[in-house]
Design a protein around this ligand. Structure first.
Ligand SMILES: Cc1ncc(C[n+]2csc(CCOP(=O)(O)OP(=O)(O)O)c2C)c(N)n1
Ligand SMILES: [Mg+2]
Length: 383
């Protein structure tokens, strides 16, 4: 074993392990493919069920329209902020489709689309981003954890839930979504370590969209790939083309099934690209060039699917129109409902925070009650 000389006094450093030392796990089977795994445009595309390709297509078209509509709502002052997943729809949709109803999804703030593709009401999915009412939906009802803004904190939650389900004998899988930037968080490390040690039925999907706001991946990590990080925890790492909906769907489905069988967690890095700015509050032209964006436009997830469907004679004007009509209907309904003023109950601010209110929350609740009563009295007097 050759060890690079360290500068300074290295006399005390004895890197050679004793002869009996063996790796605890053979690292070779855990290593990701050297290139992102692809299906569309390759020979294995022929084996993909046409129904699945058509379903993915309809969902991707609807997803893109959802992103455009939600972004437009921010410009109309109807939504405080929207982190668009345009360009990442294949990951979002495949994540939702790989799960069974009994499974759990742990999304980040960028994964509204995955929640909607899983069946969540599109308006409820935006409630948090409008700043209206907590999570906006009942996580237990939908088995979708709150869209998580603090980076990577959803990952230990996912592991805890998966581990608890396993202890109870439920064959539930937790799929946790995180960005490339989120992999630098301590929570990422803790979650993956616990998941591997406990063999918790968890799947980690990292959407490597190239940036953490303005920070490019090259400034985020020196690892060969984010998928390689899996090996250090003792779980398999998979590297997949995140714009290839068939490939992401296959890799995620395999990982979910493996976790359900008791095979333990998987870390998946989906290589994709954030086509829009970080959110509507960001100007991406300040840190990246137009030519980079154009290169990715040629590798657009919808375009890749359209090519495959056309090659197999599955895409005609009727299929296109059905997908775009369904997307337009969804967008029109979303617009209409988001333009209606929500009915909000201010005291709900204190509901669902803790099972038992803390002293500070009780104080704040009393203060708000007094303010609301005073406002009501003032209104009464003014009449
Ligand atoms: C713990 C924590 N630190 C910092 C932030 C501020 N922040 C919000 S988004 C973001 C970038 C995250 O990038 P990435 O994980 O790649 O996800 P993406 O936005 O690209 O989907 C940062 C630093 C935060 N939300 N939480
Ligand atoms: Mg990112």
């Amino acid at each position: 074993m050759t060890v690079q000389e360290l500068p300074g006094d290295t006399a005390a450093y004895r890197p050679t392990p004793p002869p009996a030392w063996q790796p605890r796990t053979d690292p070779a089977p855990l290593l990701p493919d050297p290139e992102p795994y692809r299906v569309l445009g390759t020979e294995s595309a022929d084996a993909v069920d046409p129904e699945l390709l058509l379903r993915l297509y309809a969902e991707l078209v609807r997803g893109r329209r959802y992103n455009a509509q939600a972004t437009a709502l921010t410009k109309q002052g109807r939504l405080a902020v929207y982190p668009s997943s345009t360009g990442q729809e294949a990951c979002e949709v495949a994540a939702a489709m790989a799960l069974e109803t009994r499974d759990w999804l742990f999304p980040s703030y960028r994964d509204t689309l995955a929640a909607v593709a899983r069946g969540l009401d599109p308006v409820q999915a935006l409630t948090l981003l409008r700043g209206d009412w907590h999570t906006g939906y009942d996580p237990h009802e939908h088995r979708i954890a709150p869209l998580c803004t603090p980076l990577a904190t959803q990952l230990p939650h996912a592991v805890g839930l998966a581990h608890a389900a396993r202890l109870k004998g439920d064959d539930v899988v937790a799929l946790a979504m995180v960005g490339d930037g989120g992999t630098s968080e301590g929570d990422f490390h803790e979650a993956l370590n616990f998941a591997a040690v406990w063999q918790a039925p968890t799947v980690f999907l990292v959407q490597n969209n190239g940036f953490a706001i303005s920070v490019p991946l090259a400034k985020q990590t020196a690892a060969p790939s984010l998928a390689h990080k899996a090996v250090g925890y003792g779980m398999p790492g998979r590297l997949v083309d995140g714009n290839d909906a068939a490939a992401v769907h296959e890799v995620l489905t395999e990982a979910v099934e493996r976790a359900r069988r008791g095979g333990g967690p998987t870390l998946i890095e989906a290589v994709t690209y954030r086509m829009d700015a970080h959110t509507n509050a960001d100007d991406a032209t300040r840190y990246r060039g137009a030519s980079e964006v154009e290169t990715w436009r040629a590798h657009d997830p919808i375009l890749l699917l359209e090519r495959e469907l056309t090659r197999r004679g599955l895409l005609d004007d009727e299929v296109r129109k059905a997908a775009s009509d369904a997307a337009e209907t969804m967008a029109a309904r979303l617009r209409e409902r988001m333009n209606a003023e929500p009915v909000l109950e201010p005291m709900d601010l204190f509901a669902h925070v803790y099972a038992e209110r803390t002293g500070q929350l009780r104080e704040q609740a009393a203060q708000l009650t007094a303010e609301l009563d005073a406002a009501a009295d003032a209104e009464g007097e003014a009449r």
